[in-house]
Design a protein around this ligand. Structure first.
Ligand SMILES: [Zn+2]
Length: 110
């Protein structure tokens, strides 16, 4: 007969952190993402620009990581915990799609 219930009762704290990292904690470790990569974990990211601007936080929910309007593909993203009040990435002037604004003037009838 199978006695599987007992196996789930051991405490997580029995495992030394240094030897037994859970997959989740590895994902949460500082890993940089680049424009074009799919957003797997939605949340607040630290945005690292190339020279023109200091680091800032933005919320990224779905899709893929965008390119910066200024430093383009040199921008990088690092997931952070906390700072849930950070603005959406699309509200940031450096990530606002410029193509959408240009398209609206394309449609005039004069
Ligand atoms: Zn930039």
């Amino acid at each position: 007969m199978l006695v599987s219930r007992g196996a789930s009762r051991h405490k997580i704290s029995e495992y030394p952190d240094s030897l037994n990292k859970s997959p989740e904690s590895i994902v949460m470790a500082a890993k940089t993402h680049h424009p074009g990569e799919s957003v797997v974990h939605r949340g607040v990211y630290l945005v690292l620009h190339y020279l023109h601007r200091s680091n800032h936080h933005c919320r990224i929910e779905t899709g893929s990581f965008p390119t910066c309007n200024v430093c383009l593909h040199r921008v990088q993203f690092e997931i952070t915990s906390g700072t849930q009040s950070a603005p959406l990435i699309w509200d940031d002037p450096d990530f606002r799609p410029v193509a959408a604004a240009a398209k609206s003037t394309d449609n005039r009838t004069s």
